[in-house]
Design a protein around this ligand. Structure first.
Ligand code: AKG
Ligand code: FE2
Length: 315
């Protein structure tokens, strides 16, 4: 059990995790949603695999503070200080336009190279592989390598949440309780770009892991409720080791690369407090289906408890 889940259980709010049955009329993410559900069913049947694909496990990249960029650690330290506020934090981040998109160094470049190398080892192995979603055919789900406990859960909980609680309190940034971690990969002859979408997340972190490539910038328009003809666009380039923090419901996409290979670590961070009230993919009240694991980050309470969540239909 990750500390995220443990905390939610201890708070008494949650007894099990759930996925949402998005009713009919889905948007462009219908196919993503469907694939995610398929993946979560497969994945919950087996526990995360240790780093068995690595020739030398002791060199496998897990979480160590020395892998984190000094500027990142400073920003996190500031965010945890008693006097922290968003204005002060903005001195430690780069704010991209006025769209509440923030750039900050996250990993040292050496760690990025090591992580990509490990992912390439995994890709070459004959281990079964799920894919993040049907829009990305070459990405890797990090739970399949045991990297959630080893890397992304501590990263979210100890480091990212202090930042998001100041930057995105209105999007559950202070009560993130699960996440989906994956890597996207673009290369010539493979996927080149990612079409315009919003994430199944309250807050997303997208960290560039390299390698060498040209073009492939991210672009952001506006939050999904802004009418299409009123949207404005901002382009954001990748810098190895640096992360882009944004709201999951901010419409965005990736332009095609024109050479090389691009790898990015994506963390879709979820706040059950927010999504339990309104599904971020269909904007309806969630209708939940019980699942093992983190599902899609929705939560509910057991039927035999006095406390129930009347927005959920349990099947
Ligand atoms: O290509 C990228 O870096 C963006 C990926 C992304 O937005 C996503 O997977 O949700
Ligand atoms: Fe995205």
């Amino acid at each position: 059990m990750t500390a995220f889940v443990r905390r939610a259980v201890q708070s008494g709010v949650q007894d099990f995790r759930a996925v949402q049955k998005c009713p009919g009329n889905m948007d462009m993410h219908t196919h993503v949603k469907k694939q995610e559900k398929d993946n979560s069913l497969v994945l919950t049947e087996k526990s995360p695999r240790p780093l068995q694909f690595s020739a030398n496990r002791s060199t496998s990249p897990g979480y160590q503070e020395s892998f984190l960029a000094a500027e990142f650690l400073t920003a996190v330290k500031y965010s945890k200080s008693p006097q922290a506020n968003v204005e002060g934090l903005l001195h430690h981040l780069h704010s991209i336009t006025d769209k509440r998109i923030y750039r900050l160094p996250v990993f040292i470049p050496e760690f990025c190279a090591k992580l990509v190398e490990e992912l390439e080892n995994f890709e070459r192995s004959d281990l079964p592989k799920g894919r993040p979603n049907t829009m990305n055919n070459y990405g890797i789900l990090l739970n399949e390598l045991g990297f959630v406990d080893a890397l992304t859960a501590p990263l979210c909980e100890k480091y990212i949440e202090p930042l998001t609680s100041l930057l995105f309190p209105d999007w559950g940034g202070g009560c993130l309780d699960s996440h989906r971690a994956f890597v996207v990969k673009y290369a010539l002859q493979e996927d080149l770009d990612l079409s315009c979408h919003y994430d199944n997340a309250e807050v997303t972190l997208n960290v560039s892991l390299g390698k060498e490539f040209t073009d492939g910038n991210l672009y952001f328009s506006d939050m999904k409720e802004v009418p299409v003809n009123e949207r404005t666009y901002a382009e954001v380039e990748h810098i190895t080791g640096q992360g882009i923090l944004h709201r999951g419901q901010h419409v965005h996409g990736a332009l095609p690369i024109s050479s090389g290979e691009r790898w990015n670590l994506i963390l879709w961070m979820r706040a059950s407090d927010v999504r339990n009230k309104c599904c971020p993919m269909c904007d309806n009240e969630p209708v939940l289906v019980k699942t093992l694991g983190d599902g899609d980050g929705f939560t509910s309470v057991r039927e035999d408890r006095e406390q129930t969540v009347d927005i959920c239909t349990l099947t």
